[in-house]
Write a protein that binds this ligand. Structure first.
Ligand SMILES: NC(=O)c1ccc[n+]([C@@H]2O[C@H](COP(=O)([O-])OP(=O)(O)OC[C@H]3O[C@@H](n4cnc5c(N)ncnc54)[C@H](O)[C@@H]3O)[C@@H](O)[C@H]2O)c1
Length: 342
């Protein structure tokens, strides 16, 4: 495979680690990165080490910038010598997108239509390439589908919900389902221990809080850092989530695996320990062609971190997207559609 020149929109907890992770694999060259205040572009390849060092503990995050220690004079990516301040970071990358094969969207989802609108801007600029996001909410998939024709006409291969859940675990569920002719239930249960990564992942924690009873995306967006800390304290740092609106359900349905209503997602987040509070498991229960009822189980090793389980699949799906795009397949795809589909 030729080198893939890719951009990262959002250099928060996820985006930074995507740049770091990409250096462990062949053919992935980060050429552009931005956050809300700045942009770095070098088509020969960004110096990932310098960019990561400059943004260490210094993220222009929706998780509460004031709570994040700053190492440079400026906040976020502009602390890197490769970056410049801008008020139009995404447009600056779109302007250079002719030379960019793929874009990882690691932006917040605190407005449901934010990522669909970003995709639309790439299509309006006639971008021909791959967009991959790690969004979580089921309802956003429909908003992308509404724009499928526009993306297709532009020559964009959009892979949506390609993080851990949805993403990695959705793909695993699709694979586990291949033993069965009929699926009864898909249960996704995740565990994340985030002590050392808590500062870097406050954006994700805020979005997770929106899944708790009594909260939604609007109320979570308006919480102060102190209010978030109070919620974390109320739970002694360990928060359990049930019946989450995670797009694994619609992504499995659109791949023809099962009905969305047969999928449940929940999990436990511990921000005071790096140990996972529970093992991440996907259980797919169904009936085989010869009449047996069974449950196939896929388990992640407790030693694998959230960052590894989001960024590995996201970059893996990005590479798969580039192969599809080069073969002329455009439109919106979910992770389960890129697995075998019996
Ligand atoms: N699918 C999964 O398994 C999974 C797991 C973890 C996180 N996520 C998702 O990943 C996303 C990113 O999470 P995070 O923890 O990195 O968040 P974060 O808040 O740390 O980082 C977000 C980044 O986006 C930038 N940004 C915000 N608005 C912008 C704008 N208008 N223009 C340019 N840049 C902008 C911020 O400056 C920051 O760099 C979240 O939506 C989260 O839900 C998905």
């Amino acid at each position: 495979m030729d080198d893939i020149h890719f951009a990262v929109l959002g250099t928060g907890g996820i985006g930074r680690r995507a740049i770091e992770y990409s250096s462990s694999k062949d053919h992935l060259v980060p050429v552009a990165a931005c956050d809300r205040d700045g942009v770095a572009i070098d088509h020969e390849g960004l110096d990932g080490d310098e960019l990561l060092a400059a943004t260490e503990g210094n993220i222009a995050s929706d998780g509460g910038a004031t709570a994040v220690k700053q190492t440079g004079e400026q906040q976020g990516v502009v602390a890197s010598a490769q970056a410049t301040p801008t008020e139009t970071p995404i447009d600056d990358i779109i302007a250079e997108s002719d030379a960019i094969d793929a874009v990882l969207i690691a932006l917040p989802n605190l407005e449901h239509d934010f990522i669909p609108r970003v995709a639309e801007r790439f299509a309006e600029a006639d971008y021909e390439g791959v967009l991959v996001d790690v969004l979580k909410r089921s309802r956003v998939i429909g908003m992308l589908d509404d724009r499928a024709e526009m993306l297709e006409d532009s020559g964009i291969t959009f892979i949506c919900g390609a993080g851990a859940t949805p993403g990695f675990l959705t793909g695993a569920a699709a694979l586990a389902a291949q033993s069965f002719v009929e699926i009864e239930e898909v249960e996704i249960w995740w565990g994340v221990g985030l002590k050392s990564g808590y500062e870097d992942n406050r954006g994700t924690v805020r979005e997770d809080i929106a899944h708790l009873d009594g909260y939604d995306i609007e109320t979570a967006r308006d919480l102060t850092d102190e209010e978030i800390e109070a919620i974390v304290d109320d739970h002694d740092g360990v928060i359990e989530f049930n019946d989450m609106e995670h797009a694994d359900d619609v992504l499995l349905e659109r791949a023809g695996i099962c009905d969305a209503e047969d999928v449940t997602v929940g999990g436990i987040l511990d921000v005071r320990s790096d140990e996972k509070p529970t093992t991440t498991t996907v259980r797919v229960t169904g009936r085989t062609f010869d009449g047996e009822r069974g449950t196939n189980t896929f388990e992640l090793d407790d030693a694998t971190s959230m960052e590894a389980n989001v960024n590995g699949p996201a970059l893996g799906y990005l590479k798969t997207g580039v192969r599809r795009n080069r073969a002329g397949e455009y439109g919106v795809f979910g992770p389960a559609e890129l697995m075998p589909g019996f």
